[in-house]
Design a binder for this molecule. Structure first.
Ligand SMILES: Nc1ncnc2c1ncn2[C@@H]1O[C@H](COP(=O)(O)OP(=O)(O)OP(=O)(O)O)[C@@H](O)[C@H]1O
Ligand SMILES: [Mg+2]
Length: 263
């Protein structure tokens, strides 16, 4: 069974893309098969895997406007068992261009659903990297997903935006995707010297309970260096603190799936 997971938080720069890249890569290194869908016009997940975000043919925009099909959109990365549908800046125009299409929120879901038992069957997980907004692209992703993974930066305003995100998720569940669930909340950019980090950690666990991953991603400069080499950090420097945290997260991610499906 393939699980589709949106990595989402409307707040910018909280570690969504870093998490998509390094969690997907860790899981692939550990033997699972993963597809990353870069649904952010910035295309950071695409370039983070060493792929071009200016490819005029193979990109998510062309897939969503049905100029190409899924098979044509999927590209291999340098990592075994890890493929990607890359982004393109054209994607930023999609919302305006499709304004008259009442079914536009379902386009991604339809594309993925139609290949669930075909092209997508081999993937354990499909990770969708969402843009920092609650716009059409994010709604499309929420409609197309089974689960959500929410990175939360351990800083002052972290929990404020979450209330709005939870409201949006509830609205989507009521109207568009009743089975959508939160897979996990991930605390990112944790700095143990900063008292605030521990406070956000405590508050998040208090509010979301066991939904918060035990694994916390430390603030680590190697994680921010890796994308400029076109490599996931877990490949670029597999022994740094950041990579170790993402490997640990991958393990927890897999275990937590086993527990849920056994229940
Ligand atoms: N744990 C970390 N330690 C240090 N730097 C990090 C960490 N996680 C992410 N970064 C860096 O912080 C910046 C923002 O991270 P990232 O791009 O993953 O966030 P994002 O939520 O995807 O951003 P956006 O909302 O713009 O898409 C990037 O420069 C990234 O390299
Ligand atoms: Mg991003």
């Amino acid at each position: 069974m393939t699980t589709t997971i949106s990595v989402i938080n409307q707040k910018g720069g909280v570690g969504k893309t870093t998490t998509v890249i390094n969690l997907a890569a860790s899981l692939s290194i550990m033997g699972q098969t993963n597809l990353v869908v870069d649904l952010d016009p910035q295309g950071n997940a695409t370039t983070g895997f060493g792929k071009s975000n200016t490819d005029e043919n193979k990109n998510i925009y062309n897939l969503l406007i049905k100029k190409i099909d899924l098979g044509q959109a999927i590209q291999k990365t340098n990592i075994k068992n890890l493929d990607i549908v890359g982004s393109h800046v054209n994607l930023s125009g999609l919302e305006v261009e499709t304004a008259n299409d009442s079914k536009r929120a379902f386009v991604l879901k339809e594309i993925l659903s139609s290949e669930k038992s075909g092209l997508l069957k081999k993937y354990d997980n499909i990770f969708i990297d969402c843009p920092p907004s609650l716009s059409l692209l994010t709604i499309m992703s929420l409609v197309a997903s089974d689960e959500l993974l929410v990175p939360l930066q351990t800083e002052f305003f972290a929990l404020e935006g979450i209330t709005q995100l939870v409201k949006t998720i509830d609205r989507i569940k009521e109207n568009l995707n009743p089975t959508l669930s939160i897979r996990g909340i991930l605390l990112t950019m944790f700095d143990k010297r900063n008292k605030l980090s521990s406070e956000v950690d405590r508050e998040a666990r208090n509010y979301f309970k066991e939904k918060v991953y035990e694994t916390v991603i430390q603030r680590n400069v190697r994680l921010s260096e890796a994308p400029s080499h076109g490599l996931p950090c877990v490949v670029y420097d597999k022994n740094c603190v950041g990579s170790k945290s993402y490997f640990k997260l991958a393990k927890e991610f897999m275990e937590n799936n086993t527990i849920e499906s056994a229940a």
